[in-house]
Design a protein around this ligand. Structure first.
Ligand code: DX5
Ligand code: ZN
Length: 186
């Protein structure tokens, strides 16, 4: 299992990003929020672009923004491995994930909480949605990876075994031993 560590709940991200350099986290998950798509606001890009001073890891950028196009252009200039955006219609993943999308993406980010805040409880329905998504991917484009984001800890990880990447924030960042928590998620 790959682990992408979110620093959204960090109260000192330069310190925590530096500490994550000496762990084996595969990616750093960057939650970008515009105050429109979600009511919360993250650091603006002019600040976010400086995180390369603190982290040596590749970035997994999660754009919770109303207008992703401009942001994609900005974030590709960083040490970025993945960029994920939200689709407009969130009613049915079957509709969202028709062939055109699955043919064009490397990764699907499945939200297991309401986007916007760290530290929320994992949605139980995620397990079912993940299984449906996995089936679709196997049928249409088996190379697509699945990342699950929100409420992931040592217990909830058991409910998302089909995932390739687990995004975890507060479980890791609020602990005193980042490596131990990361290891417990693999
Ligand atoms: C939620 C964010 C998540 C979140 C993960 O809006 O997209 O990335 O920060 O944090 P935890 O693991 O605390 O749910
Ligand atoms: Zn996220």
């Amino acid at each position: 299992m790959l682990i992408s560590t979110s620093f959204l709940s960090s109260d000192n991200y330069p310190r925590d990003l530096k500490a994550l350099n000496v762990t084996d986290t595969d990616l750093i998950h960057v939650d970008v929020m515009d105050g429109k798509f979600v009511k919360q606001k993250s650091l603006p890009f002019r600040e976010m672009k400086k995180i390369g001073r603190f982290t040596t890891k590749r970035l997994d950028v999660h754009l919770m923004v109303a207008k992703p196009k401009k942001m994609i252009k900005k974030y590709v200039t960083l040490n970025t491995e993945y960029i994920t955006v939200h689709l407009e219609n969130e009613e049915s993943i079957e509709e969202e994930l028709e062939e055109p999308y699955l043919d064009q993406v490397d990764l699907v980010l499945l939200m297991s909480v309401v986007p916007g805040e760290g530290g929320q409880a994992f949605f139980k329905e995620t397990t079912k949605r993940l299984k449906q998504l996995k089936k679709m991917i196997q049928k249409k484009n088996p190379s697509v990876l699945i990342s699950v984001d929100g409420g992931i800890n040592q217990e909830t990880k058991k409910q998302v075994k089909e995932a390739d990447i687990l995004v975890s924030g507060s479980y890791i960042i609020k602990s005193s031993d980042f490596q131990e928590k990361i290891t417990s998620l693999r």
